[in-house]
Design a protein around this ligand. Structure first.
Ligand code: ATP
Length: 489
C-alpha cells in the first residue's frame, strides 16, 4: 500500500533453474537407463573391434597372436615360431607363387594400403571432389567399405550417399586416381548404392601371351571361345554362337591376333567339319592368305566375287532359317550342319570404299542380312575394320560383341563400344602402341567392359596351324609286285 493505493509488486525476474528431463525420472528408471547405455557402449566397442579385425586381419591377428605367445611361452619360443613362419612362407612362395600372393601377400598389401592410403585420405578427397553433401547441417559422406589389393589394382568398395548416381563417380575418375596415387581409376556398379572403384597401378597385360597348344579334341564351346586373357587373369572368351563380332583398331593394333586366336581355337572343330570358315580379304590375301587351309572358301578381293559369296551366304542363312522355323530356336551340333563363321578382313573396303556403288550396296545388304538373321541358323560374322565411323559401318549395332583395340580418338571408342562405356574406364584410345592385341571388349547385355589381350599368333604358329588343317593326303605304300619283300622276311 502506498498512501492508501495498491501497488503491484515487481514481477519475479530470476531465471528458473533448468533441470535435465532425465533428472526428473524416478530413480529405478535412471538405473535401468544407465545400465542400458553401458551395454550399448560395450556393444559399439565390440562391433568396432570386430570391424577393425575384419578390415585389418593380418595386421591385428598376427601381432595379437605373437603377444599371446610371448606372454604364455616367453621370448625364445616366439623367435623360433617367427623363424619357422618365415621359412614356411618362403617355401610356400617357392612352391606355389600364385597361391602365396593371393592368400598372403595381397592380404598384407590390402591392410597396408587401406591403413596408409584410403582411410587417411578418404574424407578429404571425397569432400574436395564434391562427392559428399551437406544437408541441414549434417554431412552425408560416401562410406569406404571393403578394400582388396591385387597387386596391379586395388578394388575399393564404396557406399554412395542417397540421391547419388555412379555417373558422379565416373566424372571424377581422373581426380580420384591422382588423389590415391593410381595410374587410372574405373567405376563398376555392384548393386544399388554400391560401386567398386578399381585403382590401377600397373598393366598386367604388358607381356605377349603365347598361344596354347593346338587341341586334338573337336569339342569347342562356341559360346566361349578363348582368344586370350583378361587383365584379371581369366580367359578372354568370345561368344560366336548367337553373336556377331566386330573388331576395330588402327593399323598395327593387333586385329590379326584376335582373328588368328579365334581360328586357332576353332581349328580342331574346323578339321572335324563341325565349323566352316569362309573368308573375304579385300587386301589381296595379305591377312587370310597366311593360312588359306583354314578356310572352306576364301576370296581375296572386294569386287563381284566377294559380293557373290556374300549373297550366296545370305541366301543360305534365309534357307536354313526357314527350315529351322518352328523346329529349333538356335543352331546346335545335333543338326549335323556346320556352324559357319564368315571372316571379313577390312570390312570397310567392301561396304564403304568400294568404287562401284551397286557392288557396295549389294555387299552391305548381304552382310546386314547375315548379321541380323544369322544368329539362329548358326552363322556368325567376324568383321575387322580400321575406321568405325557411321558412314563406314552404319549397322554397327548389329554386332553384339564389339572389340576396341588401340584407337586414335576418344570419339572412336564411343562409336565402337557405345555411349558412356568410355566414362566407365574403357579408354581404348589410351592403349599403348607397345601392347598390340590389347583391347576393350563390350558384349551386349553386360554393363561393364573387359580389358583383355589376344594371344600372339606368330608366323611359326600360322605354319603349324596350316599343317594341322591341311587336307590329309593318303599315300599308298609301294609294294613289290613279286612278293619279294615277304620272301625276304
Ligand atoms: N596379341 C599380340 N601380342 C603381341 N604382339 C602382337 C599381338 N598382336 C599383334 N602383335 C604384333 O603387332 C604387329 C601388328 O599386328 P597385326 O598385323 O595383327 O595388326 P593389324 O591391326 O592386323 O594391322 P593391319 O590393320 O595393318 O593389318 C605385328 O608385328 C604383330 O606381331
Amino acid at each position: 500500500m502506498n498512501g492508501g493505493k495498491w501497488v503491484d509488486p515487481a514481477p519475479f525476474e530470476g531465471v528458473r533453474p533448468r533441470v535435465p528431463w532425465w533428472m526428473l525420472l524416478p530413480g529405478r528408471v535412471k538405473w535401468l537407463a544407465g545400465v542400458l547405455a553401458l551395454v550399448w557402449l560395450a556393444v559399439v566397442v565390440v562391433v568396432r573391434l570386430v570391424l577393425v579385425v575384419v578390415r585389418y586381419p593380418v595386421a591385428t591377428l598376427v601381432p595379437a597372436l605373437a603377444a599371446w605367445c610371448w606372454l604364455r611361452f616367453g621370448l625364445s619360443p616366439l623367435v623360433l615360431a617367427v623363424l619357422s613362419l618365415v621359412c614356411a612362407l618362403t617355401v610356400w612362395y617357392g612352391l606355389a607363387r600364385e597361391s602365396f600372393l593371393r592368400h598372403c601377400w595381397y592380404r598384407l598389401l590390402t591392410d597396408w594400403r587401406r591403413a596408409t592410403v584410403y582411410v587417411p585420405r578418404w574424407r578429404t578427397v571425397v569432400r574436395l571432389a564434391e562427392l559428399s553433401k551437406d544437408s541441414r547441417g549434417r554431412e552425408h559422406r560416401p562410406v569406404l567399405r571393403r578394400v582388396r589389393s591385387e597387386g596391379w589394382r586395388d578394388r575399393v568398395r564404396v557406399r554412395m550417399i542417397p540421391a547419388q548416381s555412379p555417373e558422379a563417380w565416373e566424372l571424377r575418375r581422373e581426380g580420384l586416381a591422382h588423389s590415391f596415387g593410381a595410374r587410372s581409376c574405373r567405376v563398376r556398379v555392384l548393386r544399388p548404392r554400391v560401386v567398386e572403384l578399381d585403382f590401377v597401378h600397373r598393366d598386367p597385360l604388358l607381356r605377349p601371351l603365347p598361344v596354347p597348344p593346338l587341341s586334338e579334341s573337336a569339342e569347342v564351346d562356341l559360346r566361349r571361345v578363348t582368344v586370350g586373357r583378361t587383365e584379371s587373369g581369366k580367359p578372354w572368351r568370345l561368344r560366336l554362337l548367337g553373336s556377331q563380332v566386330l573388331v576395330v583398331g588402327v593399323p598395327g593394333a593387333g586385329k590379326g591376333s584376335v582373328l588368328w586366336s579365334l581360328v586357332w581355337q576353332l581349328a580342331p572343330a574346323v578339321r572335324a567339319g563341325m565349323v566352316r570358315l569362309v573368308g573375304i580379304d579385300p587386301k589381296g590375301g595379305m591377312e587370310l592368305g597366311q593360312c588359306p587351309d583354314a578356310f572352306d572358301r576364301v576370296v581375296y578381293d572386294n569386287g563381284p566375287d566377294a559380293v557373290d559369296l556374300l549373297e550366296e551366304m545370305a541366301a543360305e542363312v534365309k534357307e536354313r532359317a526357314s527350315r529351322y522355323r518352328g523346329v529349333r530356336r538356335l543352331w546346335a551340333r545335333s543338326t549335323g550342319e556346320p556352324f559357319t563363321v564368315l571372316v571379313v578382313d577390312e570390312l570397310a573396303d567392301l561396304i564403304a570404299y568400294q568404287q562401284d556403288k551397286q557392288i557396295r550396296e549389294r555387299a552391305a545388304r548381304a552382310i546386314q542380312t547375315i548379321t541380323s538373321q544369322g544368329r539362329a541358323p548358326g552363322y556368325a560374322v567376324v568383321g575387322l575394320v580400321q575406321d568405325p565411323r557411321k558412314e563406314v559401318i552404319s549397322f554397327r549395332h548389329l554386332f553384339t560383341t564389339r572389340v576396341a583395340l588401340r584407337l586414335d580418338e576418344p570419339q572412336q571408342v564411343d562409336m565402337v563400344l557405345g555411349d558412356s562405356v568410355r566414362q566407365r574406364g574403357a579408354a581404348a584410345h589410351e592403349i599403348s602402341e607397345n601392347t598390340p592385341g590389347v583391347a576393350w571388349v563390350k558384349t551386349d547385355g553386360q554393363r561393364e567392359p573387359d580389358r583383355a589381350r589376344a594371344f600372339h599368333v606368330t608366323d611359326a604358329d600360322l605354319v603349324e596351324l596350316g599343317v594341322f588343317l591341311a587336307p590329309a593326303t593318303v599315300h599308298d605304300l609301294p609294294t613289290r609286285p613279286d612278293g619279294a619283300g615277304e620272301a625276304a622276311a
